[in-house]
Ligand binder design. Structure first.
Ligand code: ZN
Length: 225
């Protein structure tokens, strides 16, 4: 990479490779787990099955149509339906990140804090980065039903926990998706560390104000009232 290379000059494939490396650097991709996609117009670039996110190259990427048809490259991750559903739900988003990071997985095995958000509002950062994070019901990895869990949910969201599985986050660009996944992991870690303690949540009116100011989804009671 030269000093003159800018983010805007990067291809979608290069941005996806960057996202994979950033997730590994953040400790969010144990083993070869996790997958990333980048939407480029009417096509999707996605990591292949079992790809190590830290050593991705642009040749490792599948090219798909938005209906999931593979156009070129290796077989995509079996979680392609999940990615396609996030792009449908959030049409302005260009990157989807799905990881099996430890704290997100652990919290996804517990009952959710509320129906609209699995993670209690303990710190402002995940509220600012992603807003509410609902818990989606369990389906086996690769089950196409994973996509309809996202598209059928009446809740607006850009991040969710998948029961007994991990997290998924979408964003307008690589930074927003990757930093969203980092904040979801951190919020889940704090929730686990404080589990069972007499913890103080951020007041509901403040949660509503923070998410509104950040443009992030929150459909808790105070946001409606
Ligand atoms: Zn998965």
């Amino acid at each position: 990479m030269t000093a003159t290379t800018t983010k805007t000059a990067k291809t979608a494939a290069e941005r996806l490779v960057d996202a994979g490396r950033a997730l590994v650097a953040a400790g969010l991709s144990p083993g070869s787990s996790g997958n990333v996609s980048v939407r480029d117009g009417e096509q999707l670039l996605m990591t292949g099955t079992g790809t190590m996110l830290g050593s991705l190259t642009v040749d490792d990427l599948s090219v798909l149509a938005l209906d999931g048809t593979v156009l070129a490259g290796p077989k995509p991750s079996k979680e392609v339906a999940l990615h396609l559903a996030l792009y449908l739900k959030n049409p302005g988003h260009r990157v989807v990140v799905h990881v099996h990071s430890p704290s997100a997985v652990a919290l996804s095995c517990l009952e959710p804090w509320s129906e609209h958000c699995a993670v209690p509002p303990l710190t402002p950062y995940s509220l600012m980065r992603v807003g509410q994070v609902p818990l989606l019901p369990f389906v086996a990895p690769g089950d196409p039903a994973m996509g309809s869990l996202v598209t059928d949910s009446p809740l607006p969201f850009r991040a969710a926990l998948l029961s007994n599985h991990g997290s998924v986050v979408s964003g307008e660009d690589v930074d927003r998706a990757v930093l969203g996944a980092v904040e979801v992991e951190e919020a889940c870690r704090i929730a686990l560390l404080t589990q069972g303690a007499d913890r103080r949540l951020i007041p509901a009116d403040q949660v509503a104000a923070i998410t509104a100011a950040s443009g992030m989804p929150w459909t808790g009671p105070t946001a409606l009232g």
